[in-house]
Design a protein around this ligand. Structure first.
Ligand code: GLY
Ligand code: MN
Ligand code: MN
Length: 434
């Protein structure tokens, strides 16, 4: 573990704060049922700044002339470690994670009141967790109660996420390296799924192939619930039941990505269960691929966040006219948003530690400009539910193609391209299934 990455991020945040105190807690453990917990995942902001993975931890930063990082974490506990595994303890964690001071989490509330006193500003993620809001309010009131002894509570409160989101939006070298590996593993999972699909197998069996590849290659978990949607299920955007049999002649849409060391990949591929696209399936597939190609061509530094979406939309809506899914003029249909019947989501979102990653999409009225180091998805789709006013040949065809784009100095790099995408590539891979 290269601790200097985290030390540098903390230094950068404190520089941006100028002065004051930041309080950044990690995520609580979550019960799944009775005394059984969900697998633990630290809070993305906390992990971004510390690399520390234990629950019940808080990072406190003191910005100013002598910036200081203070970690609060669980004590060593030999008995609990027998049951639940290793704990760093404050002393060892302090050194290993490059902090200036570390204390037991048991002292946190008392220490926080001391640390808040006479700080001009508090930086905290207000509203993220009501329990934390209340805890902070108690500490602030404890300082205010000492006003007659000369102590002062911070007068300003800032949402620390605004500053951190801007930092997280531009991925650094170590983040890009991890995201490339998450993308490679996820692309391999999609190849495995294509090889495993055949009529009569169940959607959950294909999900199992994805999970095998994620875990077998080192991902800790899927980055989000895998969507394995055969036939008409592809027209349900967040279909996660994954419990139906795959049928010959239908398409299978898979939206799945692994999470590696807290970074997500997000890939969608759509392919024929039997290995060959029918004519109408090919028409819709090629349309979505052409839309994606146009969107990718629009990704470059200085372009607006919405440029890839607008480029994809023009191609998609023209295609909907050509396939007689819609009638009217290109501009009129875009203006009236009539296309939303077949394409109801946007083309991109930021990608990083969270699958829908941190970062504002607009600054005031203006869409954000793309810059090197940003990572966004490119995921146009076309979802055609059966209806009397829709040509029968296209009924229940749902196609989405999703890749992850890293903005570079001259354009973008698709980090998920190892997942087969053209019809020829997909059919060739599936022909090898035997
Ligand atoms: N897999 C979630 C998304 O594509 O946004
Ligand atoms: Mn996505
Ligand atoms: Mn996706």
């Amino acid at each position: 573990m290269d601790i200097s990455v985290y030390t540098a991020r903390r230094a950068r945040l404190m520089e941006r704060m100028g002065n004051g105190i930041a309080v950044i807690p990690t995520a609580p453990e979550q019960l799944r049922n009775r005394d059984n917990h969900h697998p633990y995942r630290p809070d993305s902001y906390f992990h971004y700044l510390t690399g520390f993975g234990e629950p019940e931890s808080v990072l406190v930063l003191l910005a100013g002339k002598t910036p200081k990082s203070i970690l609060f974490c669980r004590d060593k506990d030999v008995e609990k470690e027998v049951w639940n595994g290793f704990r760093w303890g404050p002393d060892t964690a302090c050194q290993a994670f490059g902090c200036d001071e570390a204390y037991s989490i048991k002292c946190f509330d008392e220490k926080l009141a001391e640390l808040l006193a006479d700080q001009p500003a508090l930086w905290f993620s207000i509203g993220q967790d009501p329990a934390w809001d209340a805890r902070i309010a108690v500490a602030l009131n404890a300082v205010r109660a000492q006003v007659r002894t000369g102590k002062q509570a911070p007068e300003e409160i800032h949402d620390v996420r605004a500053t951190l989101d801007n930092m997280r939006l531009i991925k650094d070298r170590s983040e890009i390296a991890t995201m490339r590996r998450a993308a490679d593993i996820s692309a391999a999972a999609h190849r495995r799924a294509m090889s495993a699909a055949r009529p009569g197998r169940y959607e959950y069996e294909i999900e199992a192939e994805l999970l095998h590849e994620f875990r077998n290659r080192g991902c800790q978990a899927p980055a989000y619930s895998s969507i394995v949607a055969g036939g008409a299920n592809a027209c349900i955007l967040h279909y996660v039941a994954n419990d139906q049999p795959l049928k010959a002649g239908e398409l299978l849409l898979i939206d799945a990505g692994g999470e590696l060391d807290n970074y997500a990949a997000d890939i969608t591929r759509t392919f024929p269960v039997s290995g060959r696209f029918s004519g109408p399936q090919a028409d819709v597939y090629d349309l979505v691929l052409a839309a994606q190609t146009a969107a990718i061509a629009a990704i470059k530094p200085g372009a607006s966040f919405t440029d890839p979406h607008d480029a994809a939309l023009k191609v998609l809506v023209q295609g909907m006219l050509d396939l007689k899914l819609l009638q009217g003029s290109l501009d009129g249909l875009i203006e009236s948003e009539a296309y939303k019947r077949f394409y109801m989501h946007r083309t991109s979102h930021w990608l990083g530690m969270d699958v829908h990653d941190a970062g504002a999409y607009k600054r005031g009225e203006k869409w954000r400009e793309l810059a090197p180091g940003m990572v966004l998805t490119v995921e146009p789709g076309c979802y055609i539910r059966a209806a009397t006013d829709v040509p029968t040949a296209f009924h229940d065809i749902g196609v989405r193609i999703e890749d992850d784009a890293l903005v570079t100095a001259s354009g973008c790099e698709i980090i998920t391209e190892a997942a087969p995408k053209t019809r020829a590539e997909i059919e060739a891979l599936m022909a090898e299934r035997g």
